[in-house]
Design a protein around this ligand. Structure first.
Ligand code: AMP
Length: 215
């Protein structure tokens, strides 16, 4: 019996860039994922299936062995932590930066800055590494609103073009990390299904290099 390989994909923005890359690596879902409400998809390979889940759930599925391979943003991986995960390949898609941002021209007073973010762990690590004391406020979305409404002095958020910041009177300050989507493999899968994972890793690596070569 051949074991099935399950690849967990992050929904949303990353999915749109992941599917063409998977197609370049000759892994194609049997139906149009973007127009489906299903969560589990067969592919052109009888023993490879795709899961489409929230980005923040991808490392959890893979680390626990509920999926063998995952595609997730480095922001999500840094926030989740790397326990039980290998990160063998930078897919070089969904490039952006994780940054501190504030209202244009805002001056920080002497008080501890309040920093609103959904990346609580990354933010805590970043400021404590620099021995800077901040109060972190956990939000789940629309971080840009927090300084406007006086909830926070700064935010830590993903910046791509900077248009969202500009539209809200904010500016980027410091880069915490350069972000892109990564391939992750679970520790158990890497041991037990290595022979099946290696060809997928090889064809994805080739697809990524081919794109770099074409650019
Ligand atoms: P922008 O206006 O182009 O700077 O995009 C910023 C917004 O888009 C942020 O609020 C992010 O949540 C989202 N965003 C941009 N790039 C990515 C990405 N690669 N992954 C996830 N979210 C992103």
């Amino acid at each position: 019996m051949t074991t099935t390989l399950t690849i967990a994909l992050s929904k949303g923005r990353i999915l749109k860039e992941t599917l063409p890359l998977l197609a370049d690596a000759d892994i194609r879902p049997s139906v149009d994922i973007t127009n489906s409400r299903k969560l589990l998809f067969e592919t052109n390979h009888p023993h490879i299936q795709l899961l489409v889940i929230r980005a923040t759930d991808v490392p959890t599925y893979v680390a626990h062995g509920a999926a063998d391979i995952g595609v997730a943003g480095k922001d999500v991986l840094l926030e989740h932590g790397s326990a039980g995960l290998y990160e063998p390949l930078d897919l070089n898609i969904c490039r952006c930066r994780l940054m501190t941002c504030a209202m244009v021209g805002a001056r920080l007073g002497n008080q501890r800055p309040r920093v609103a973010t959904k990346f609580v762990n990354i933010t805590r690590r970043y400021f404590s590494k620099q021995s800077r004391q901040v109060d972190i406020i956990k939000l789940y979305g629309a971080m840009e609103l927090a300084p406007i409404m006086g909830l926070a002095d700064q935010i830590v958020d993903i910046v791509d073009t900077g248009n969202t910041l500009r539209a809200n009177g904010m500016e980027p300050l410091e880069t915490i990390a350069n972000i892109s989507a990564r391939m992750v493999v679970g520790g158990t899968a890497m041991k037990l299904k290595h022979a099946r994972i290696q060809p997928v890793m090889d064809s994805l690596t080739a697809a990524v290099s081919q794109r770099q070569h074409n650019n």
